[in-house]
Each structure stands twice: as C-alpha cells, then as structure tokens.
Write a new protein. Structure first.
Lengths: 225, 189
C-alpha cells in the first residue's frame, strides 16, 4: 500500500479509538480550561493587562495540554503490545510517524477550536476580525509543536523516566516556534501595526519545514531497538 | 520449532529475525537478505505474532483485522474478514470490542492476522499460550495451512501441539545459545 494509505489507516485507527474512549480530548479540554481560568482569576479584572498577555496565556495552555496529549500518542500501541505491530507492517516505518503526527495535529486543532473562543470570552479579546490570520498562526504553531512532540514522544518511548524526559527534551526545542506563535498571535490581536507578525510567521514556517524533514528522516532510527 | 526454557532467548531470536531488534553483534540472513540492512524487504514477506499479540482493545475483532490488512497494503473485504474470523472461531464476536475478549480469544485474533497476506516467513511466539484444546487445534490447522501455502513457520514454544510433533526441525536454545538442532522423524524419513 502507498504511504498515504498507511498513514490514513493509522489516523483512522487512532481517531476511532479516541472517539470511542474520549480519553485524550476530554482530559485535554478540562486541563486547558483550568489553565486559562486559573491565569484569568490570578490576574483579576485588569482587562488591558489580560489583553496584553492573552497570546502568551493561550499558547501556554496549548503547550501544557499538548504535552498531555503527546504522552498518550503511543499509549494505544503499548496496550496492544508496543510499536512492534506497526513496525512489522511492510513498507516505510515513517508512515507510523506521519500517521501519529496527523492524529496529534487533528486533536490539538480540535481543542483550539474550543480554546480560542474561550480565551476571547475570558480575556475580552476580539477574535472575529482577525480570524483568518489567527487560524493560520494556530495551524503553523500546532504543526511545530506536533512535529517535534511526536518525534520526541517516540524517542522517549522506551525510557523508564519518559514522563520527565519528554518535556525536558521537547521544551527547549519548542522555544523558537513558541516565541514565533506568541508574538505573531499578539501582534495580530493588536492589529499588527508594523507588519512585524510576518517575520514571526516566517520563523514558524521555516521551523515547520526544517523539523518536519529532519524528524521524518530520523524517525526509523528513533524507534529502532 | 524453537524450544527452550523461559529466558533462553527464544523471543529475542524471533525479534532479531523479524528485524525488530538489531543484533548487538554478528550477522544473519533471511532468504538471502541481511537482517541488518534489508529490514524493509524482509518485513514485506514476514509476519511476527508476539506472545501478547498486536490487537487493540477498543477496536472490534473485525476492525482489528481490517486495520492490519490496510497497514499491510491488502484490501480486506467484509467476506474475507468474516472468513478469517470463522477460521479462528471468532465470527460470532466479530463486532465486539476486544476489551471484552478473554486472553485466548485475543490470541486467536492475533493469529488470524497471519492469513491476511501472502507470507514467506511466519514467526509465532508461544502460539499455544492461554489456548484451550479447541484453540490449540485451531493453531495447528492454521500452521498447517500456512505451510501448505509455502510459508516457512517458526514457532517458539515450551508447550506441545500437533505442530510441535510435525515440526521439520527443532532447535533448542539455552541462555542465548543454540545447543541442539534435530530433524524431526517426519523429515528424517
């Protein structure tokens, strides 16, 4: 079967399991809502301050929640006897990475569809006039997080202290795209007065391309025993 | 047939042959292909069923087989899936999630996956584990069908079944070393 067919099979399987168990989405939703509420209440009714830091709070919630999702990326495989079942299938093992990556992206984007409007209500920011650029930044930021995250989740799969190692390895690698996503989001929310958001968007695109190629290429080595 | 006590290295050897585990030293070939360099080519004609099996608790029996077929590049029609499930005595629970299955039923389902595509080599770890008499008979029939189709089957087990008795050759492992190789009576005759 072609690579896209195998990728689609893995995405179908993971989404079907997620729809049945709702294990990841519900806990992600609850956790991200909690993060936003806690920040919102901690800062208090200072609306201008909330609006100034809204993008940062939003992306912190996305990254924290995403980490929760990443640790579960290969969980269904472990319950089924490890990654071996997928690795034994004929064809390029990179299909496993691409399938898991697509699943993570879909799950996080699904969460963001709820999270962005929730943040708009809590922080009293106007999303609608900037919906299109914000959607683009959300997709690029989510891709950046998922590309690295799915790779590092595989890399730490066989480690005893993987729950600790995954964020330790991943968060430093996420600094550039996180800076890009936060700054681009904030600038767009502020009306992008100086057109600076473009620079951060370019950083996100460059990160996505470079890390996508590198992680896809290295994935077979990451899961080799 | 690969025999040996627990911890003798049967599973490790099967995983190395399946190219899931890279040997720390030495070299090996499967049908002339290097287990170190030709993993993709070997896996294209090889299946490995571990002692735990590769089945997903939250998919139904039929969905598990369909997923395995799609992953292997085969199209599994409803009729073919039903036929496979009938072979292992699970047709009546085709639409039940595997979570409700006993260990033996999970084992049967994992073994049914061996009939999804043409194979050159089938590696089966502890095929008789957790199976009742009917299950053991089903495994023996499955192995017989695979051999009839020209598939080389390597079983690793410390339990006996008809397949054990019919094995072309038996290898005994002890602490990671091959200590004995014997041709079966059938082959010798």
């Amino acid at each position: 079967m072609s690579m896209p067919g195998r990728v689609a099979a893995i995405v179908w399987k993971d989404l079907l399991i997620e729809i049945r168990t709702k294990a990841s989405f519900h806990s992600m939703l609850a956790f991200s809502a909690l993060v936003l509420f806690v920040f919102s209440f901690a800062i208090g009714p200072d609306t201008p301050l909330l609006q100034r830091i809204a993008a940062g709070l939003l992306w912190v919630a996305i990254v924290f929640t995403g980490l929760l999702s990443l640790s579960r990326t290969y969980q269904s495989e472990e319950a089924a006897g490890g990654l071996e079942g997928l690795r034994m299938s004929p064809g390029d093992p990179r299909a496993i990475y691409l399938g898991k990556l697509a699943g993570n992206v879909l799950l996080l984007l699904g969460l963001e569809v709820v999270l962005f409007p929730a943040a708009a209500v809590l922080f009293q920011i106007e999303l609608w006039p900037h919906a299109l650029p914000l959607a683009g930044i959300a997709v690029l930021g989510t891709l950046a997080f998922s590309i690295s995250g799915t790779f590092y989740a595989a890399l730490t799969l066989h480690l005893r202290a993987r729950e600790i190692m995954l964020p330790l390895l991943l968060i430093p690698a996420l600094v550039p795209p996180l800076l890009g996503a936060v700054n681009a989001t904030q600038l767009v929310l502020d009306g992008n007065p100086f057109g600076e958001a473009d620079l951060w968007v370019r950083l996100l695109i460059a990160y996505d391309v470079v890390f996508f190629v590198a992680c896809t290429w290295l994935f077979p080595l990451a899961v080799e025993e | 047939m690969l025999v040996g006590a627990n911890g003798a290295g049967k599973t490790t050897l099967l995983r190395i042959i399946a190219t899931l585990l890279r040997p720390s030293s030495g070299e090996g070939t499967v049908d002339g292909l290097s287990i170190k360099d030709d993993g993709d080519l070997i896996r294209a004609r090889t299946a490995y069923v571990s002692a735990r099996g590769f089945v997903y608790d939250d998919l139904t029996a039929a969905e598990n087989l369909r997923f395995a077929a799609r992953l292997a590049g085969e199209s599994a029609s409803d009729g073919h899936v039903t036929e496979l499930l009938t072979t292992v005595g699970l047709a009546h629970v085709a639409d039940q999630t595997v979570r409700t299955f006993s260990t033996g039923m999970r084992r049967r389902l994992a073994l049914a996956g061996l009939r999804l595509r043409p194979l050159g080599l089938a590696l089966i770890d502890e095929p008789y584990a957790a199976l009742d008499d009917e299950g053991i008979t089903l495994v023996d029939r499955l192995v017989e069908d695979l051999v009839t189709d020209g598939t080389t089957v390597i079983l690793a087990s410390h339990q006996s079944g008809e397949a054990t008795r019919r094995a072309t050759s038996t290898m005994r492992l002890d602490d990671g070393l091959l200590v004995d190789t014997a041709l079966s009576a059938t082959e010798a005759s």
